[in-house]
Design a binder for this molecule. Structure first.
Ligand SMILES: [Zn+2]
Length: 418
């Protein structure tokens, strides 16, 4: 009974658990409304608005895909050639090549190099988002946000790198077992703790003052059986004109958050509609569903990395001795990036089905398909989302049904098609 034997068994069990859980927890039957209804919805949108959002996305596309391609190329170069290993050695040199210095500083350096390479394309995208009036950020504000997210990423990254390579260092044969458990635990921790810790880094929240809207939102939540502690307003207008609302926190800490942009742009009825959608996520425990799938997926990924590590060709390409040593960070990054690209469409598909269920929840809770449709039109208009994006792009990346799909769903619900 070698560690490898146990790893193959664990991999199979975790994979079956992931597939089994997804099979029962994901609302697979929430398919989009018929295409004819979607086209009818598209026809109800002002032609000039459709043209403007299409022009916006056409302008963004080159920068987005070039950024993706460049990022992929960079991690492949760092991971499938000895370049990544050299970078890690370089970072550890001032510290006597200590494994922990290589792990933390080397890892951060490898990630930083790929981030810096794609930075000009991110800046280009920012100019387009500003030109179309979505972002209200100056270069100063944009840079501060960028540094903040680098900071948050560096702290998290350092913890993960130190944790992972401490395990591989002290348990060279069984690291995959501890690593899988640790990765699953980390996903759970991040999905419940991170929003609470990170939200205040980027936004300020103030309680919504007493008034009819606050009362209506709290009553809506109570009627839905989803108690919330407070209704907060986020100062999103500091960086964007986009509108949004969400529900965060669990049990006694649950709160409704409304962007200040939403208060300025949308009618109270539309804000109620968006909130009803968000309450649907809380009621159906969608965060928990996502967390369980994420935790199982992360554990599967760690065991898969271990099994891949016994492939001599891969190890030789990266110029390392083992996939579990800090010098293999580039290789780990390359493999996880490819795995992310492959699993991305499946994750988006699952997300769209879950979002469609929350839409139906909003329709049932408010029993107001007309306002729901008006809200979708508003979200699409203000956020300049392509109401009916190219099918392949939608399949690859869209986390939500498209605007026309959501409008069509409201119509289908109103005529009793449930
Ligand atoms: Zn949602």
């Amino acid at each position: 009974m070698t560690p490898r034997f146990w790893a193959v068994g664990t991999f199979a069990v975790l994979l079956v658990a992931l597939i089994g859980f997804a099979a029962v927890a994901v609302p697979w039957h929430r398919a989009p409304a018929p295409r004819a209804d979607q086209l009818a919805a598209l026809g109800r949108l002002p032609a000039e608005q459709v043209a403007r959002s299409r022009a916006f996305h056409a302008a963004l596309r080159p920068g987005s895909y070039a950024g993706m391609a460049l990022g992929l190329l960079a991690v492949l170069l760092l991971g499938l050639t000895p370049l990544g290993a050299r970078l890690v050695e370089f970072a550890g040199r001032p510290f006597g090549d200590h494994w922990l210095a290589r792990a933390v500083l080397g890892g951060l350096l490898v990630v930083l190099v790929t981030e810096l390479l794609t930075l000009p394309l991110a800046a280009w995208r920012h100019t387009i988002v500003v030109r179309y009036g979505i972002s209200t950020q100056t270069w100063g504000g944009w840079s501060v946000d960028l540094l903040k997210s680098f900071g948050v990423g560096a702290i998290l990254g350092a913890l993960v790198l130190a944790g992972f390579f401490t395990v591989t260092h002290f348990a060279p044969r069984w690291w995959w077992a501890f690593g899988a458990a640790g990765a699953a635990g980390l996903v759970v921790l991040l999905s419940f703790v991170l929003p609470v810790v990170v939200e205040p880094v980027f936004n300020r929240f103030t309680p919504m003052s007493d008034g009819p809207l606050r009362t209506e939102l709290l009553q809506l939540a109570a009627r839905d059986g989803v108690p919330v502690k407070d209704v907060l307003i986020a100062d999103a207008s500091r960086r964007t004109r986009a509108v949004n609302a969400y529900v965060s926190g669990l049990g006694p800490t649950r709160r409704i958050v409304v962007y200040d942009t939403m208060l300025a742009e949308a009618t109270p009825g539309e804000i109620v509609s968006v909130t009803a959608h968000e309450l649907g996520h809380a009621k159906d425990n969608d965060v928990l569903t996502g967390t369980i799938m994420g935790a199982l997926g992360a554990a599967v990924a760690v065991v898969a990395l271990y099994l891949l590590g016994s492939w001599p060709w891969l190890i030789r390409l990266a110029g390392v001795d083992s996939i579990a040593e800090p010098r293999a960070i580039g290789l780990l990054l390359a493999v996880t990036t490819i795995a992310g690209l492959i699993s991305g469409p499946a994750q988006s598909f699952v997300s769209r089905r879950i979002e469609a269920r929350a839409d139906v929840h909003a329709l049932e809770l408010t029993a107001d398909a007309q306002t729901f449709e008006a809200m979708q039109r508003r979200l699409g208009t203000v956020n300049l989302s392509d109401p009916d994006p190219p099918a392949w792009e939608h399949a690859m990346f869209a986390s939500h049904p498209s605007t026309v799909q959501r409008m069509a769903a409201a119509r289908a619900w109103a005529r009793g098609d449930r």
